[in-house]
Design a protein around this ligand. Structure first.
Ligand code: 5AD
Ligand code: SF4
Length: 487
């Protein structure tokens, strides 16, 4: 039996994989170590979406290799996107690594560890499970299951956004059977989960490989003015049907979210699902990446700014009050000041509750390498700062507008101050005082104040016992944001 510790970089998909890694290892009789110092196995679950991934890994491996000098039995395993991307080449550059495995090879981990133990050379396993895609089901143990849990519905990506390494590191799209997804949602809810977020790189391109879903209302309708011809037909998926099946078959579920959808699969059927299913949160993370059509074309996003806005408008009309978060890349090769102004223009017109802004970083194996990386670092920094400033202003205003309203909040646990921490339907974080019994409950909460990134609330009829939330934070105290799943 080994005592293991997992160190995770990157997005929610990686955090989710790390939980499955823990379950696979515990299932094989291994136990979690208290920390690095008493671990026999350190597994680094890596991310390569943006620059410095390999440098970060190198410094982490270097740090652990020092421990290995004192404890030669310590095993260093590297999983995730950098392992998949670099394969054996990585071992030449980092000889301290004992085991390298790709995202699809997690189920084989116990066997690979045994192999690594007796091997003279490091063990490498980075094969995609194309013929028989495998989705590790969550263990759904009561006591270990969070109020808000994640369920994978698909993996890989068939898009070819020119900046993105994901198709290379995660392979082509593979979908999980709907019955398996629904079963996992049901088991998680039985174990205490109240909110489920469906995960996938382009989550709304989902199709049931067993073809067991009933067609969803609106499927095949394409009334779009700005999407015509082949592009309009291509975007049909069965994602709305999956959402309806989950809502119908797991009625105890209080909230359903998904991330990250691709705008071209924001179909009529998906909008209808939002309209019809109260369980669907009134918030969508819909990455737009840029507001200039010229840049969007060079990114191969397969929609124009007008197409994006038309679909958002249809969603907003069907679901009043829905908020949108987005991802944006600044400094994409060839992005002019005018292109960037168009991005700011789109942000102003659409209005986002949260923007994850990124400086373009050239990735190996991507088509954009051929476009060069001609925007200077200073320009990227400047554009990102302007984008963040605009986004932050919108966010703060949106939060402030809610003071005095009543919001439905799902309490997920306690925050750093010890006060209750929950989220509104629209994904805003709410801090409130109250007893532990509220964790896992959906309650009407009176919003009494707003911070820069969250809200302060009171639960009517509940004594404000326990630790109180802290007064509004200063700018410098804001917590860093987690990385979203790619799309
Ligand atoms: N450079 C900068 N940002 C990137 N993203 C993906 N690839 C790159 C890249 N090469 C961003 C996209 C995506 C988010 C998760 O990361 O905005 O939606
Ligand atoms: Fe796929 Fe999203 Fe990457 Fe585009 S940005 S290739 S949709 S994972």
């Amino acid at each position: 039996m080994a005592r293991f510790t997992v160190i995770t970089f990157g997005c929610q998909m990686n955090s989710h994989d790390s939980e499955r890694i823990g379950e696979v290892l515990r299932g094989a009789g291994h136990a979690e170590a208290a920390g690095l110092d008493d671990a026999d196995l350190v597994l680094l679950n890596t991310c390569s979406i943006r620059e410095k991934a390999e440098q970060k890994l190198r410094s982490e491996v270097g740090r652990i290799a020092l421990l290995k000098q004192k404890r030669p039995d310590l095993t260093i395993a590297v999983a995730g996107c950098v392992a998949q991307q670099e394969g054996e080449g990585l071992l030449k550059r980092m000889p301290d690594i004992d085991l390298l495995l790709g995202p699809d090879n997690i189920p084989e981990l116990p066997r690979l560890l045994l192999e690594a133990e007796g091997a003279v050379a490091p063990v490498v396993r980075t094969a995609f499970d194309l013929a028989e895609p495998h989705f590790l089901a969550a263990a759904a143990e009561p006591g270990r299951t969070p109020v808000s849990a994640f369920v994978t519905v698909m993996k890989g990506c068939n898009e070819r956004c020119t900046y993105c390494i994901v198709p290379h590191t995660r392979g082509p799209e593979r979908y999980r059977p709907a019955r398996e997804i629904i079963d996992e949602v049901r088991r998680l809810v039985a174990a205490g989960a109240r909110e489920i977020t469906l995960l996938g790189q382009t989550v709304n391109s989902y199709k049931d490989p067993l073809s067991e879903l009933l067609p969803a209302p609106g499927a095949g309708e394409a009334p779009w003015q700005h999407t015509r011809g082949l592009r309009a037909r291509e975007d049909e998926s069965e994602f709305a049907a999956l959402l309806r099946a989950i809502a119908a078959q797991v009625p105890e579920l209080l909230r359903l979210r998904y991330t990250s959808p691709h705008p071209r699969h924001l179909t009529v059927s998906l909008i209808r699902a939002h309209q019809d299913l109260p369980v669907l949160a009134r918030h969508v993370h819909l990455p737009v990446q840029a507001g200039s059509d010229r840049v969007l074309r060079r990114m191969l996003r397969r929609y124009s700014a007008a197409e994006y806005e038309e679909r958002v408008a249809a969603l907003r009309e069907a679901v009043p009050g829905v908020t949108l978060a987005t991802d944006m890349i600044v400094g994409f090769p060839g992005e002019t000041e005018e292109d960037f102004e168009q991005t700011l223009g789109l942000v102003r017109r659409v209005g986002f509750s949260l923007i994850y802004g990124f400086k373009y970083s050239e990735r190996p194996y991507t088509a954009a390498v051929n476009l060069g990386d001609d925007i200077t670092e200073a320009q990227k920094i400047d554009r990102l700062a302007r984008l963040i400033q605009l986004g932050d202003g919108m966010r703060t205003a949106l939060l402030a507008e809610q003071v005095g309203t009543t919001q439905s909040v799902l309490f997920e646990g306690r925050g750093k101050t010890g006060a209750l921490r929950g989220r509104t339907e629209r994904s805003e974080i709410v801090h409130a005082a109250g007893p532990d019994e509220l964790v896992g409950q959906l309650r009407s909460v009176l919003i009494t104040g707003s911070y820069k990134n969250s809200l302060l609330g009171e639960v009517p009829g509940v004594p404000a016992e326990g630790p109180l939330p802290r007064p509004p934070l200063q700018k410098s105290q804001q917590a860093p944001r987690a990385l979203p799943v790619v799309s």
